[in-house]
Design a protein around this ligand. Structure first.
Ligand code: SF4
Ligand code: F3S
Length: 140
């Protein structure tokens, strides 16, 4: 199984979730996050951190959120790993209660925006020693 980031994250992107993930498997797009299903170890820690309850176990996804399983699996391959909390968008609170935000999800960064978002960032989630979050967990 895996955990899945759903529609509620779009335009909110509070990033509290990334701080608790023991295997660093969150990936960041322009206005939302996804989880890499191959890396998630189903620890459940991130679920309680999200102020808008955007994260579900794959098996518990509401019917209208099922498409996010495929979206998480697809977008984690092209977005970059995020391991530290950052400021949410200035208008994040205005989007907390808004439904049907999927059409607002941005999948690609505007030119130059990616570099501003990820100074020194790593697309594959590896640190400067070439280790992934899972590598570090196994070394503990
Ligand atoms: Fe990370 Fe655990 Fe959440 Fe999976 S369930 S994304 S391993 S914090
Ligand atoms: Fe999104 Fe919730 Fe994390 S809004 S960035 S899933 S804390």
């Amino acid at each position: 199984m895996t955990y899945v980031v759903t529609e509620a994250c779009i335009k909110c992107k509070y990033t509290d979730c990334v701080e608790v993930c023991p295997v660093d498997c969150f990936y960041e797009g322009p206005n939302s996050l996804v989880i890499d299903p191959d890396e998630c170890i189903d620890c459940t820690l991130c679920v309680a951190e999200c102020p808008v309850n955007a994260i579900y176990a794959e098996d518990d996804l509401p019917e209208d959120q099922r498409q996010f399983t495929a979206l998480n699996a697809e977008l984690c391959k092209v977005w970059k790993c995020i391991v530290e909390k950052k400021d949410p968008p200035a208008d994040a609170d205005e989007w907390k209660e808004v439904k049907d935000k999927l059409h607002l999800m941005e999948k690609e960064f505007a030119p130059g925006e990616e570099e501003r978002n990820y100074p020194g960032g790593s697309k594959d989630g590896k640190d400067e020693d070439g280790l992934t979050g899972m590598d570090k967990l196994l070394m503990r």
